[in-house]
Design a protein around this ligand. Structure first.
Ligand SMILES: Nc1nc2c(c(=O)[nH]1)N[C@H]1C(S)=C(S)[C@@H](COP(=O)(O)OP(=O)(O)OC[C@H]3O[C@@H](n4cnc5c(=O)[nH]c(N)nc54)[C@H](O)[C@@H]3O)O[C@H]1N2
Ligand SMILES: Nc1nc2c(c(=O)[nH]1)N[C@H]1C(S)=C(S)[C@@H](COP(=O)(O)OP(=O)(O)OC[C@H]3O[C@@H](n4cnc5c(=O)[nH]c(N)nc54)[C@H](O)[C@@H]3O)O[C@H]1N2
Ligand code: SF4
Ligand SMILES: [Mo]
Length: 767
């Protein structure tokens, strides 16, 4: 039997239904149900002692950073616990008592595991020892760390060129691990460092760099206390950044107003019952959104243009609407933008975005009167063909209002993974940073490569074409997270070697290269000991603050290594003792590693000292209104193209989103509680009038297909759920629908897959 036959596995989640129940969407987020569900998850996965220990230290100054999202911690931490329901789920998932060991792998072949749902795969538990899948084998076997490092070094030595290796990073790695990993990739000779942010906030990074000179947001958490208006665009914080609701609550209490822009009315944006306060649990909670604009998928630019055009009309009539002083002093391109706004047809914009004009007028009045404005956004803006322009349209509005570089105002791209921003700061990127290369030469005495590397989509294409042959992943679940699942799986299977440095079992462990390794690592919450003493590392939150994190729970197994130790082990074995970088020492002595980081990276000086307590902010030019690094030494207005999807009669725009019970490809449970969908993930949310047109009833079974460049991609058997979503739009969960997203459909400039606007057709299936 050939390798291909032996290794034939399922690339997708199981298509079995799990017993759906529908209820009305809830009218608020959190409250008592959130506390109940969080406790259930904690006790089920970790037991009483570990739950108590873990939750007591999560997000506390002397504890560990929540492994969930990147939302920052307030200066004063709540004594009732500084975490949310989904933070508890993230911890429970990581600190689970369930383990995947050699006995597990000898019982289940990769074909067996691949038949399971993502939920079942993930719930198998923590991986406890290094495992290898040898060529033509179906079962992983134990391997020693030394043998594993030798195997990797051997495969890397065999490559004809360093660009035949790919070093992927997911955003949960510490600054220390990511720095060392980036250093190794560069010492090895390649910038092939695709990163989960390529699928995530890359569009934000590109747009903000081009317009404001820094790829990060400008606001601090305290700015929410002072903001007069907060706009939440393309983001579902009730599920994905739950403690952001406390910041919105506080903003409201101080008289601020909230505008939400989203095709779905997300309950978490409507009302919040703060579970950290008694009133939140027993009372009615705080209403959040004042103006809910139910925009059509990918029509945010039309809506923002309509808003800016109407503001411009008011400015022309009565002045005092735009901050002309700010515009004169700090911006470039105002004339071009206003000319462009004048040319746009307001009726067309209103029609395209699908929002009632009277509501737009109310929002315009509010924005005209205030200038402390924060705009928050996430995947609803970044994951489109025009993802970069979506964000530039937000920046235009902030620049017109002078809402940057002052308290209560600014940009707030809300990051996903808990250290995705830090990973980029410390050097995980596929493009060349001349400054970093120069610093590496000075500090480590080697020449870093000057050739641009591949990002996620281009690394997949390179592996598929046989141009890249070794794939190493520092965390993540590449096959399920990337677009075009089948193509991505084929790409990985063509590799000579795939290496997954992981905490938990996931689908990517079943999609193996000719040889595959699983290298198990410590999680955030676990004690990282050296000579019996606990070590800490550092992370950066969504607002650019770097602070310490120290795990306190007993590790899932004695055989686990920390991420820096694994990277150091690979590098030391590959380079030997004579290399200018002391890989072995650096990977074990984090203080020394941090000293090297402070010599190499901007803003990291004295990091060992400064990261204590609540940490320190990295430099941010927007906060200082310094745009000297931009071509005109000023912040840049942008002309954005109005999106106009010319859909055929039988086509829909599909957005692939998260349910309340998942963290990316990790499925915590089967309920999307706020949206009222229980015990099922294979659903498509659909407008009732579209259902009528297609003669579909609630819970009818449909197949979905996409047709790009004459290729049909298909996913089968999804249940129709009637939902309040604009006509012509659909929503379904990721990663089940990733096979529909073509590998070559991504955002201009940022290359982020178009996960939120996939053109699809639907077809009724056998019931
Ligand atoms: N519990 C939990 N927390 C998480 C994650 C998780 O999976 N689970 N993932 C983490 C990661 S990596 C990330 S990046 C973030 C993701 O956080 P989000 O971006 O909030 O996640 P999504 O579910 O992708 O939701 C996107 C939102 O955008 C809306 N949307 C879709 N298309 C459009 C559009 O065209 N215009 C507008 N205005 N809105 C649109 C959707 O209706 C949805 O409300 O969350 C992080 N936190
Ligand atoms: N269709 C569609 N696709 C999407 C998205 C979408 O909205 N729609 N969102 C995209 C986004 S925003 C993102 S960020 C990507 C996410 O892409 P990834 O980051 O690749 O995926 P995750 O599901 O977060 O990875 C989970 C795995 O990481 C491992 N892990 C967890 N913690 C640790 C740790 O501390 N160390 C190590 N080494 N491993 C760990 C575990 O083994 C776990 O199974 O997916 C993208 N894909
Ligand atoms: S908001 Fe994010 S970081 Fe904070 S506890 Fe919840 S999941 Fe963790
Ligand atoms: Mo993300």
């Amino acid at each position: 039997m050939s390798t291909e036959d032996q290794r034939q596995v399922n690339y997708q989640s199981s298509s079995k239904f799990t017993g759906i129940q529908l209820e009305k969407p809830t009218t608020y987020a959190a409250g008592l149900p959130a506390v109940k569900v969080a406790l259930q998850h904690a006790l089920k996965e970790m037991g009483v002692t570990k739950s108590t220990q873990g939750l007591f230290k999560m997000n506390q100054k002397n504890g560990f950073d929540c492994p969930g999202c990147a939302w920052p911690d307030p200066e004063e931490r709540s004594k009732l616990g500084e975490y949310c329901e989904n933070g508890v789920k993230a911890l429970a998932e990581e600190a689970t008592n369930k383990h995947v060991d050699a006995a597990f792998f000898s019982k289940h072949s990769i074909q067996d595991i691949a038949q399971w749902s993502d939920y079942r795969i993930g719930k198998s538990g923590r991986i406890t020892q290094p495992m290898v899948l040898k060529p033509n084998q179906k079962f992983y076997e134990p391997i020693s760390w030394e043998e594993a490092f030798n195997l990797i070094a051997q495969e890397l030595h065999q490559l004809a060129h360093p660009d035949e290796a790919v070093f992927y990073t997911s955003g949960r790695s510490s600054n220390e691990a990511a720095f060392l990993y980036g250093l190794f990739s560069r010492a090895f000779g390649t910038n092939n460092m695709p990163d989960c942010s390529n699928m995530c906030h890359e569009s934000s990074g590109v747009a903000l760099s081009e317009t404001l000179g820094i790829g990060k947001g400008s606001v601090k958490l305290e700015d929410f206390d002072e903001a007069e208006v907060v706009m939440v665009i393309g983001q579902n914080p009730g599920t994905n950044h739950p403690r952001m609701l406390s910041a919105l609550e506080k903003c409201k209490a101080n008289g601020g107003k909230i505008i939400s822009i989203n095709p779905l009315v997300e309950p978490g944006l409507v009302r919040f019952k703060n579970p950290q306060e008694i009133n939140g649990i027993i009372g009615h909670g705080q209403s959040l959104t004042d103006y809910y604009l139910q925009v059509k998928i990918n029509q945010d630019v039309s809506l923002l243009q309509a808003i800016c055009k109407k503001l411009k009309i008011l400015q022309d009539q009565r002045g005092q609407v735009f901050d002309l002083e700010f515009i004169n002093q700090y911006t470039h391109g105002y004339e071009d933008l206003t000319q462009h706004l004048d040319q746009l047809d307001i009726n067309e914009l209103v029609e395209l975005c699908g929002v009632e004009e009277a509501l737009i007028d109310d929002v315009v009045d509010l924005l005209a009167q205030n200038n402390k404005i924060i705009i928050c956004w996430a995947m609803g803006l970044t994951q489109h063909k025009n993802g970069v322009e979506n964000i530039k349209a937000c920046v235009n509005l902030l620049l017109l209002k002078g809402s940057l570089g002052k308290p209560g105002a600014g940009t707030c791209p809300v990051r996903g993974h808990s250290n995705v921003q830090g990973d980029r700061t410390v050097g995980i990127m596929h493009y060349v940073s001349p400054h970093l290369n120069k610093a590496i030469k000075q500090v480590f005495n080697f020449e870093a490569p000057t050739q641009t590397g591949v990002d996620v989509v281009h690394s997949i294409q390179a592996m598929h074409a046989g141009k890249a042959k070794v794939f190493i992943a520092l965390g993540g679940n590449f096959v399920s997270a990337a677009s075009d699942t089948i193509f991505t799986a084929e790409a990985l299977q063509k590799c000579n070697l795939t290496v997954q440095i992981s905490t938990k079992l996931n689908r990517s462990h079943t999609i193996a290269g000719k040889t595959a390794l699983i290298l198990p690592t410590l999680g955030r919450s676990e004690m990282d000991l050296r000579y019996g003493k606990p070590r800490h590392f550092t992370v950066e939150n969504s607002m650019g603050k770097v602070h310490r994190s120290k795990g306190i729970l007993p590790p899932a197994s004695k055989q686990l290594k920390s991420e820096p130790e694994i990277i150091g082990g690979i590098a030391h074995t590959y380079f030997g003792k004579t290399h200018p970088v002391a890989w072995d020492t650096l990977s074990k002595d984090y203080d020394l590693l941090r000293e090297k980081m402070s010599e190499t990276l901007k803003g990291f000086d004295h990091i060992n000292e400064k990261s204590k307590g609540s940490g320190f902010y990295l430099p941010n030019n927007v906060r200082d209104l310094d745009f000297s690094m931009l071509p005109h030494q000023k912040a840049q207005f942008s002309i954005c193209k109005t999106p106009n999807h010319q859909l055929k009669k039988d086509e829909f725009l599909l957005m692939t989103i998260r349910s309340h019970d998942q963290f990316n490809t990790t499925i915590y449970g089967l309920d999307d509680r706020y949206r009222g969908i229980y015990n099922e993930r294979r659903v498509v949310l659909m407008n009732e009038s579209d259902m009528k047109d297609y003669e579909l009833n609630s819970l009818d079974i449909i197949d979905l297909s996409s047709h790009y460049n004459n290729k049909e991609r298909k996913v089968s058997r999804f249940l129709v759920v009637p939902y309040n979503i604009p006509k012509g739009n659909l929503a379904a969960y990721f990663p089940e629908t990733n096979p529909l997203i073509p590998i070559d459909q991504f955002a201009d400039k940022s290359h982020t897959p178009i996960s939120k606007s996939v053109i699809v057709k639907i077809k009724k299936a056998a019931q």
